[in-house]
Design a binder for this molecule. Structure first.
Ligand code: HSE
Length: 440
């Protein structure tokens, strides 16, 4: 436990992992030791760093490195910082730490999105803290504002760009008109995408972050499995061109919303959480978020709209969030208090995407002859989907037909598209994309 050296409290920290983020945490802990001690009211002492291959960390003091992560967690440390990522061994190590009353700071979104309830339970029964600001949107202070600053408000929506890799790829596709695969290759070559970009491009990373955001915003347990997820691998140059024609751009959005009505809630209220590419107006603040940046909109009853923007990944930005948590947790240790625990009292049901109201943009190549527009419009009417705008442009033998709908249940919109695709007068469904950020 925290010890006093010459009357000064010393907080001992174990670090698990020492990759890009961990190395920055070590550097900043060393460089800012004096300031951090003054802010905490006691010195932060790095007691050890658990890594798999000690010879790969020449910049870190060799006497701090160990391959025995479990031994380090069990040693006389007050706080465990985890930057390994993935479910195991992080889950077991952090559970052991929390059960032993050691507070935890982690950047592990996948772990929090699946096992937050168990980790909070372990923390709660041992009186320890569990902080994870770095798990969502890197440097951007987002979880603490949701958890603490907005604790007195009623959050209705959280919508944003929470994955830098996909935002970079979509921004580049928009700028160049190039296809997805070649743009991803270029992003990998330039170091903007991981060697294995699956978690990013398939939307798993954003879905984990959405689950964490929704859990906090709506005081409800939401796991990654509750999140509807579509990545960006199917976004085509035709989608980008269609968006551009309509004054829109395409972003991978994480959308967490409070929804009313529906069959699954006696109280009529539920939450819906989804990650998918969407067209947004080029004038929307999220449309101007380019490259590897993240940005998140929060809407709350009393506060109105708030926007958070900044670097969502990278060693230094993520280390900033880790250190912020470390200072907060260390302060709690010094004064003998605790930060907020899990808040899941609302326990709202999670609404499946099929029942969530969305809007679609649909771009079709159709035969250009009398009655075609009417036959397409009939399918919308049959599915109870109201059309907001139609644009038709004749070419030689066929025509381009662009339809934007009003809000309707996603299942009805999908069935509409499926039925339209089977019409003899429809030559090709060129682009189908959800529309966000406006309601005509
Ligand atoms: N791979 C993530 C991104 C950063 O591209 O934004 C870590 O969550």
């Amino acid at each position: 436990m925290d010890s006093r050296v010459g009357g000064v409290v010393s907080i001992k920290v174990a670090m698990l992992g020492c990759g890009t983020v961990g190395a920055e945490v070590v550097r900043l802990l060393h460089e800012q030791a004096g300031d951090l001690a003054a802010r905490v009211g006691g010195s932060i002492e790095l007691a050890g760093i658990a890594v798999r291959r000690p010879n790969r960390h020449p910049d870190v003091p060799a006497d701090l490195l160990t391959t025995d992560a479990a031994g380090l967690v069990a040693s006389d440390v007050d706080i465990v910082v985890e930057v390994i990522g993935g479910i195991e061994p992080a889950r077991s190590l952090l559970t052991d730490a929390l059960r032993a009353g050691k507070s935890v700071v982690t950047a592990n979104k996948a772990l929090l999105a699946e096992h937050a309830a168990d980790l909070f339970a372990a923390a709660g029964s041992a009186g320890a803290d569990l902080y994870f600001e770095a798990a969502v949107a890197g440097a951007i202070p987002l979880l603490r504002p949701l958890r603490e600053s907005l604790a007195g408000d009623r959050i209705t929506r959280v919508m944003g760009i929470v994955n830098g890799t996909t935002n970079y790829v979509l921004s580049e596709m928009d700028a160049s008109g190039a296809g997805y695969a070649e743009t991803l290759d270029e992003a990998s070559r330039l170091g903007y995408a991981e060697a294995d970009p699956t978690a990013d491009v398939e939307g798993y990373d954003a879905a984990s972050k959405a689950a964490i955001l929704a859990s906090i915003a709506f005081h409800t347990r939401v796991t990654a499995a509750d999140v509807y997820r579509e990545g960006i691998t199917a976004v085509t140059p035709a989608d980008i061109a269609a968006a551009r024609t309509l004054g829109r751009t395409i972003k991978l959005l994480a959308i967490c919303e409070r929804v009313n009505g529906g069959p699954d809630s006696a109280a009529g209220e539920a939450v819906a959480v989804r990650v998918h590419p969407a067209m947004i107006p080029r004038g929307h603040p999220l449309a101007t978020v380019g490259g590897a940046f993240n940005a998140v909109f929060v809407e709350a009853d009393a506060a109105g709209s708030l926007m958070f923007y900044g670097q969502g990944a990278g060693g230094s930005p993520t280390a900033s969030a880790v250190l912020g948590d470390l200072v907060a947790v260390a302060r709690n240790k010094v004064v003998g208090g605790r930060g907020p625990g899990e808040s899941s009292y609302a326990a709202l049901p999670v609404r499946p995407i099929a029942q969530v109201d969305t809007r679609y943009h649909i771009s079709l190549d159709v035969a250009d002859r009398p009655g075609v527009l009417a036959s397409v419009a009939t399918v919308f009417a049959e599915h109870g989907v109201s059309i907001a705008a139609v644009r038709q442009q004749g070419r030689s033998a066929d025509a381009s037909l662009v339809i934007v709908t009003h809000s309707a249940p996603d299942a009805a919109l999908r069935s509409t598209v499926d039925k339209i695709a089977g019409l003899a007068v429809v030559h090709e469904v060129v682009s189908v994309m959800r529309v966000e950020g406006e309601e005509p």
